[in-house]
Design a protein around this ligand. Structure first.
Ligand SMILES: Nc1ncnc2c1ncn2[C@@H]1O[C@H](COP(=O)(O)OP(=O)(O)OP(=O)(O)O)[C@@H](O)[C@H]1O
Ligand SMILES: [Mg+2]
Length: 241
């Protein structure tokens, strides 16, 4: 799949998507009849209480999991139609993931953490340039244990950007950070979105973060309870919580 859209449609389209865990009476509808379009370059914030299906939604879009029914089309390609191998290729090429708990390898420096992913993906190691671009050059030779949470998360973002993904999926990226570090991570994510046009989907419990989004999706019990476009998103530096 190339970087450009070919059909003029949304980058991501979910139609009647359901995800059911378990069988029989123990069924859990993690997602139920989800219909959603996300455009190229949008910064989307997904809100909703615990258990409402937010991570499940990210995992389906990221090709980590498959829906029980319904269709997910990304860049004009139906994910259901992909073989296991093709799905792996889709993830490797298109999807960057950022987690609440950074998941950096503690015995490798920041630079080595990012280099490792570049090697695994067969990409050239452009870590120094990437670190410079993200303002992280001073952190490159430090181990994760020598970095604050916010710094670790920014290295986690650099790691996700090694592949220059079309889609950045962020699951509670500020969930374990204090206000200042959380804000700097949000600023970096918005900067990348603006500079590179990376479509960004950010899951959070923090409703204030919705104010910086181009679109807010609120999930409730696996359904879309709200899907609203924000015509004047506020800069992350103006968010207060
Ligand atoms: N692998 C699984 N097996 C069984 N049930 C699951 C599985 N993954 C998720 N669920 C269930 O699906 C529902 C949605 O879970 P999900 O993790 O998507 O919620 P969430 O909105 O991300 O919650 P949180 O805010 O706590 O992270 C929950 O009821 C959860 O228990
Ligand atoms: Mg979750």
């Amino acid at each position: 799949m190339g970087r450009q859209k070919t059909d003029g449609g949304p980058l991501i389209r979910l139609q009647d998507v359901a995800k059911v865990y378990g069988t029989g009476a123990a069924n859990v509808f993690a997602l139920d009849r989800i219909n959603l379009d996300i455009a190229q370059g949008e910064f989307v914030v997904v809100l909703g209480p615990s258990g409402s299906g937010k991570s499940t939604l990210l995992n389906l879009i990221g090709g980590i999991d498959t829906p029980s029914s319904g269709s997910i089309v990304v860049k004009g390609n139906e994910l259901n139609g992909l073989s296991e191998q093709q799905r792996t290729g889709y993830r490797k090429k298109n999807i960057g993931y950022i987690f609440q708990y950074f998941n950096l390898l503690p015995s490798l420096t920041a630079r080595e953490n990012v280099d490792l992913v570049a090697s695994l993906l067969g990409r050239s190691k452009r870590t120094p340039a990437l670190f410079r671009e993200l303002g992280l050059e001073n952190l490159a030779e430090r181990f994760p244990g020598q970095l604050s949470g916010g710094e670790q998360q920014r290295v986690g973002i650099a790691r996700a950007l090694v592949k220059d993904p079309a889609i950045l999926l962020c699951d509670e990226p500020t969930g374990s950070l204090d206000y200042e570090n959380g804000q700097s991570v949000l600023e970096l994510l918005r900067l990348i979105n603006t500079r590179k046009g990376t479509t960004t989907i950010l899951v959070t419990h923090n409703t204030v973060i919705g104010n910086m989004a181009d679109r807010v999706i609120r999930l409730g019990s696996g359904r879309v309870a709200e899907n609203s476009v924000n015509s004047s998103p506020c800069p992350p530096c103006e968010l207060r919580w």
